[in-house]
Design a protein around this ligand. Sequence first.
Ligand SMILES: Nc1ncnc2c1ncn2[C@@H]1O[C@H](COP(=O)(O)OP(=O)(O)O)[C@@H](O)[C@H]1O
Ligand SMILES: [Mg+2]
Length: 770
Amino acid sequence: MSVRATPRYRGDLPVEVTSFVGRRRELSEARRLLGRTRLLTFVGAGGVGKTRLARRVAADLRRAFPDGVWLVDLAPLQDEELLAPTVAATLGLADWSVQPSLDSLVDFVSDKHLLIVLDNCEHLLDVCAALADGLLSAAANVRILVTSRQPLGVGGETVLDVPPMSLPAPDRPMSERHLDESEAVRLFMERAAEAVPDLALAEGDWEAVARLCRRLDGIPLAIELAAVRLRSLSIVQIIDRLDDRFGLLTRGSRTAMPRQQTLRATVEWSHDLCSPGERTLWARLSIFSGGFDLPAVEQVCGGDAIASEDIFELVAALVDKSLVRRDGARYRMLETIRQYGRMMLAESGEETTLGRRHRDHYQWVVMRSKEARFGPDQLRWYARLRLDHANIRAAMDFCLTEPGEAQTVFRMVTANWPYWIYYGILGEGLHWLSLALKKDSTPTAARAKALWVAGRLALLQSDLSGAELLLRDCADLAKKLGDPSAEAHAMELFGVAELFKGNYAEAISLQEEAVRRYRVIGEPPGACAVALYRMALAASASGRTDRAEAFCKESLAICENHGTHLYRPLALWALGFNEYRRGDLREAVATIGESLRLQRHSNDQWNTAQCVEVLAWIASAGGQHEHAATLLGAAHTLWRSLGTSMPRTPPFVDFHDPCDSHLHETLGDEAFAAAFQRGAILGPDEAIGYALNESPRRSRRTTRAPSALTSREQQVAGLVAQGMTNKEIAATLVIAQRTAEGHVEHILEKLGFASRAQIASWATKNSEAD
Ligand SMILES: Nc1ncnc2c1ncn2[C@@H]1O[C@H](COP(=O)(O)OP(=O)(O)O)[C@@H](O)[C@H]1O
Ligand SMILES: [Mg+2]
């Protein structure tokens, strides 16, 4: 996992791997509509180009959305309940809160200016409709772009029918010169050139290309599937074969064939042209969700009619035919193609067998990662699991439909429990555990572990009472089973509950006893490292700084000896907090700075938030009041993106509240608010940079703008400097012209200027200073 550089634009649009063709009319129509409506749905048959168009629109509009443009591919999502958590995770909102994830999501976006693309919603229409409704009614500056075969059907939705690509005019002779006039022809020629690099068309072939594109109704996917056939067939041969096939379907009457059927017939034709082995593999590959890698194909799809050693060749053949797409070291299928495969799989009667093999494979992957759980490869493994998250979900779904398999879900969730915490998907971990706990109450060690892992997740969501219920069940069961590991974990976690209640002495003694037992029974050292870090926190909070220091050192030594990268930043943070408690402010800044720097290499938003928070307390104690208020603002936003109420919980609240009141007193409410706001608008990377004093660019900008232009106004000022009219600014930012005028008026007022020229020269100077 590499460090994410501060992105120029926020968001997570994937790069386009093949060229994009045409669609100028649809693009400008979509932009125009998004200026007026907040929910725009691209509707059309599979393969017509909805997804591609939506991605392009989103990329073009990045500048208009300061809080980013975010794409959520819903094709692999089966479970409705995971829709809101999935969208939240994409937006960078971690799920550390006990409230329903739709509510957290609504809170989180309420003041944001962003565009969410929900791609492939057709199988989740009702929940998507509810989500869109919830988001749009709470957040005035959020827009949603949907792609779906059918509209969501909610109030305020604007539907744009995505047409097939434009075709050559039937009455005009076709030649290379007219290439640009038809999108379908251009797409065909681009894909043909990729398939056959030295392709040369004779004069007469142009007419055939035009006929072929008309034959395929201008459907991009059909065109792509036909173009790759040029490797072995001539254009005329392709047309002849399609003519035969379509003629058969419509008994000669061309007009009777709707677009879906054209695509369907083209897909079937591609299918018929595959070898038997390719066909079988195509069907079997449809068992994967959200892509797959080669080892998975070998494990899941080999055997019975496909020899393992042939797998690679067969995958390569499907890639050649554009039926499987390569995506770095992974592969995926377009949804339309996958669904066809799924149908073939059902017909073959292999569905359950394949489902079981798929489940076995991902169970094996998760179990293997367990060995690396607390070692140096831990984070690499997590990244690996995250790539296959959709497959892991599908495997667990499979288990929950099979009798007697809930125990497997226990194992899959708990084998690597820190995974759910690390990615901030605590709610999802709990979701799977509670489904499985309800389904199967057999008293096993797997269940006892599921109970304490669920308790741990609930605790971190600040759901103390829910956690204690689970832990009590766990302790009872562990006693019955004679399971010292589960008993010790329950004990540790009761200790954590005491910590969050502010009962520091109990917190220490419970966790201390748990650690002693971990050592006796040989639990992984990482488990001790985490407990020691929380013991240190409890000791520092209650003023026992010597003990706290000893706990920190012990925790650090474990991390050092076992290469546990994940917990080192936590132990350092605790050490820094303890130094602050002792009054060694300079040391504390250095130690927490080190924790924060290490943090950058990982995804642990929690520790980032607590580092920035403590740096604020330190700055306040050191008399840097304004700086402290800005750090508090940055920490506030970081906590918010975790959805947690932790700053309101001991021990944090014991220090947070006094710091907050002290700063209000010394700075006055107004100056406090201004400084706080400067921190609150920082993104996570910027917040780290600011906290580490590394971001002169940002801090200059924030100190230079006492006029307090909002980020939107700064954007508008920049566009004024580019010489844009209000109308052009409105179009660029997808806002009403009246709104653009309002922004310009505010800028004039705030900066005390009388003309646009003054704004322009001010904005230019400021951007040079950047
Ligand atoms: N404007 C375009 N330029 C290039 N390729 C396109 C374009 N529109 C669609 N395609 C290609 O056609 C195929 C189907 O498009 P897609 O957007 O996935 O359709 P849908 O979402 O409607 O099912 C994809 O391989 C896509 O890359
Ligand atoms: Mg699509």
